[in-house]
Design a protein around this ligand. Structure first.
Ligand code: MN
Length: 138
């Protein structure tokens, strides 16, 4: 094995059962065992955001552009701006996305559970209600 340029990743549209609004992502890296690393770039259009979800091994987001939010269930809303890095622990229900009046792009880094686990990487729940998403903008 040697250092290898990875194949160009196509941009895909986020499915409507996981995202409200228009979201596009690129899967840049998905390691093979023993690596379980996953790296995506996610681009949210204004007002677009994830449904409630949780990651078996947690997730780190790094904002590359724009303004948005991340919020864990029952916790304070965290405003995100370019350069911010946030970590959500394993199993914690949360959502993330753009503010109502700005785009937001973030890198998303997470890991698949080990081969001995039958847990999915990500469990998706309900879409946010209009009351749960801050309509006022950033
Ligand atoms: Mn997440």
């Amino acid at each position: 094995m040697s250092t290898e340029l990875q194949p160009k990743s196509a941009t895909s549209k986020g499915p409507a059962e996981w995202f409200t609004g228009d979201v596009y992502f690129n899967a840049y890296y998905a390691g093979t065992e023993p690596s379980r690393t996953r790296l995506n770039l996610v681009r949210f259009t204004p007002g677009a955001h994830t449904a409630w979800h949780r990651h078996a091994v947690g997730q780190t987001l790094h904002v590359t552009e724009g303004y948005g939010y991340v919020q864990s269930r029952g916790e304070e809303l965290i405003e995100l701006r370019p350069g911010d890095t946030v970590h959500t622990p394993a199993g914690e229900w949360h959502w993330h996305g753009a503010s109502a009046d700005d785009f937001m792009c973030h890198l998303a880094l997470w890991e698949a559970p080990g081969a001995d686990s039958d847990e999915p990487e990500t469990v998706w729940g309900e879409l946010l209600t209009p009351e749960e998403y801050p309509q006022r903008g950033w």
